[in-house]
Design a protein around this ligand. Sequence first.
Ligand SMILES: [Zn+2]
Length: 89
Amino acid sequence: MYSNNDLYICRICGAKQSDPPWGDDGKNASFDICDCCGAEFGYEDATLEGLKRYRNRWLANGAKWNNLKMRPEDWSIDEQLKNIPKEYL
Ligand SMILES: [Zn+2]
């Protein structure tokens, strides 16, 4: 079941999404914006190279939340990054 949950994880920052960023089959991007890293699914995370570049830039800028009111009280960037499926690291 865990691999199924990966569908709800932002490939860039590891934040759990309310809807799967790339659809139920992982192939149809929603073009929603991640509350955490601010990436647009299907655009910033369309290629492995692109999503790594976006992630590195986001981390370098302090890993700020795009939608701050969605940030959990006990949020930890280190814990969240562990959610990223290894094929996107
Ligand atoms: Zn994200």
